[in-house]
Design a protein around this ligand. Structure first.
Ligand SMILES: [Zn+2]
Ligand SMILES: [Zn+2]
Length: 206
């Protein structure tokens, strides 16, 4: 027993009490959670990329699935930071500039697959601690920005009466997203969205 105590090591992830590591430097729970987040991270990253900026990159033609657009104004710094943190945990690098949501997914998918395939080797290295933040970050991302979006208030004021506007995500693939004023009922026409967003952005900067 004593010998076993001395040879066993504790899971390197933070636990309330030390937990014995079962695989390399991780306990079974953390290993499961790591597997889970490697599966979920690509979708979470793609979604964050969609959320943190509306600006579409030049790939409108071969749209196979709808872009779940977020209210245009303003740039979502929190979502951006989350995406950046997940990517850093995965790669040790920043997200390359100009990455669109689809490239984001593909890049993340490949990274996660690699990690997943080599998980045995990964957990046997102490460096696994640098990867572990993706568990918490992926959970946070999916909690704060669920893939199934709900209607919510936007930061874009109503162009008619300056009250709060409510964003309703598209229900079906071809549907437009809708941004509607909760006070006067004014609906921002989809084609005017960018225009009002940039107006609001200019207002803020004044
Ligand atoms: Zn653990
Ligand atoms: Zn209004």
């Amino acid at each position: 027993m004593k010998l076993r105590m001395m040879t066993s090591r504790a899971c390197v992830n933070s636990h309330k009490k030390p937990v014995e590591a079962n695989e390399g430097y991780l306990c079974y729970d953390c290993l499961d959670n790591l597997r889970w987040s490697l599966q979920k991270a690509p979708e979470a990253l793609q979604h964050l990329r969609e959320v943190y900026t509306l600006r579409r990159t030049a790939d409108l033609e071969d749209e196979t699935r709808p872009l779940k657009k977020d209210p245009p104004a303003p740039f979502n710094l929190d979502a951006f930071q989350l995406a950046e943190d997940i990517w850093i945990a995965l790669t040790g690098d920043y997200i390359p500039t100009g990455t669109n949501h689809r490239q984001m997914y593909t890049m993340a998918y490949n990274k996660c697959q690699d990690k997943h395939a080599g998980l045995q080797a990964v957990v046997n290295k102490k460096e696994v601690i640098y990867l572990l933040p993706i568990i918490k970050l992926t959970r946070q991302a999916l909690y704060k920005y669920p893939l199934e979006e709900k209607a919510r208030a936007t930061l874009l004021p109503c162009p008619e009466c300056d009250q709060k506007t409510i964003y309703t995500p598209p229900q079906a693939f071809e549907d437009d997203l809708e941004i509607k004023c909760h006070a006067c009922g004014f609906t921002i026409p989809p084609e005017k969205m960018e225009f009002y967003a940039s107006l609001a952005e200019m207002e803020r900067q004044r």
